[in-house]
Design a protein around this ligand. Structure first.
Ligand code: 5GP
Length: 194
C-alpha cells in the first residue's frame, strides 16, 4: 500500500528521527477506515470538511479521497500565538472560510488535538455560525495533555505526551513531507527555540 518512499529515502530529515511511531502503511489504513465511516455516516448529507492550515493538509487530502460520497472542502488559517494567549485559548484567525456554513453539515478536521484549547476556540467560533451539525475528526489525540474537554467523533491514533513530526506536522516548518510520523532526536529538538 506504500505510495511514497521508505524512510531512508528522506535522507537528513529521516536522520533527525529517533523513532517511527506510525508508518505510512499504518496511517493510510487508518485514514481509509475513517473515510469509510464518514461516507457511511454522512450519506445524503453533502458535508463540508473544514481544516486548519497548515498541519492538516496531507491528512485532509488523503481523507478526502477516502470518502466516497459528495463532499466539499474549505480551510481556515490561524496565526501562531504567544504562550500567554495560548494558555487562555485565544486564537487569531488569519484566513477565514470562503463560504457560509449556516445550515451545513460541517466536519472539522484536525491534525493533533493536544490541550484542546485551539479546537475549543475554533468550535465555538464555528458553532456561532449555526451549522446544521458540527463534528470533529482528529488524526492524532494526546488525551493526557487535555486542559479542556472537546468532543472527537472520529479519531485516528492516540499519541504519547511527546512532540511528533511528519505527515503534515512540522518542527520549525520542516518534516511535514515525511509520509510517516515519528519522534525527533534530542539533538534536533529544542522545544524552547534554543
Ligand atoms: P492544542 O490547542 O490542542 O494544544 O494544540 C493543537 C495544535 O498544536 C495542533 O494543531 C498542532 O499545530 C500543535 N501540536 C500539538 N502537538 C504537536 C506535536 O506533537 N507536533 C507538532 N508538530 N505540532 C503539535
Amino acid at each position: 500500500m506504500t505510495q511514497f518512499y521508505p524512510p531512508e529515502a528522506y535522507g537528513e530529515l529521516n536522520d533527525g528521527i529517533s523513532q517511527v511511531l506510525f508508518t505510512e502503511d499504518e496511517i493510510q489504513a487508518r485514514v481509509l477506515a475513517i473515510g469509510q465511516a464518514i461516507s457511511r455516516d454522512y450519506e445524503g448529507c453533502h458535508p463540508l470538511m473544514v481544516g486548519v492550515l497548515k498541519g492538516v493538509f496531507p491528512f485532509m487530502s488523503d481523507l478526502l479521497r477516502a470518502i466516497t460520497i459528495p463532499v466539499e472542502v474549505d480551510f481556515m488559517a490561524i496565526a501562531s500565538y504567544s504562550s500567554q494567549a495560548r494558555d487562555k485559548g485565544y486564537v487569531r484567525l488569519q484566513k477565514d472560510l470562503d463560504e457560509s456554513i449556516a445550515g451545513r453539515h460541517v466536519l472539522f478536521v484536525e491534525d493533533v488535538v493536544d490541550t484542546g484549547l485551539t479546537l475549543n476556540y475554533l468550535l465555538g467560533n464555528l458553532r456561532a455560525r449555526q451549522p446544521a451539525s458540527l463534528k470533529v475528526c482528529a488524526l492524532f489525540n494526546k488525551s493526557r495533555r487535555r486542559l479542556i474537554s472537546v468532543p472527537l467523533q472520529y479519531k485516528g491514533f492516540d499519541l504519547p505526551d511527546k512532540f511528533v513530526v511528519g505527515y503534515g506536522l512540522d518542527y520549525r516548518e520542516l518534516y511535514r513531507n515525511l509520509p510517516f510520523v515519528g519522534l525527533l532526536k534530542p539533538a534536533v529538538f529544542a522545544p524552547n527555540g534554543s
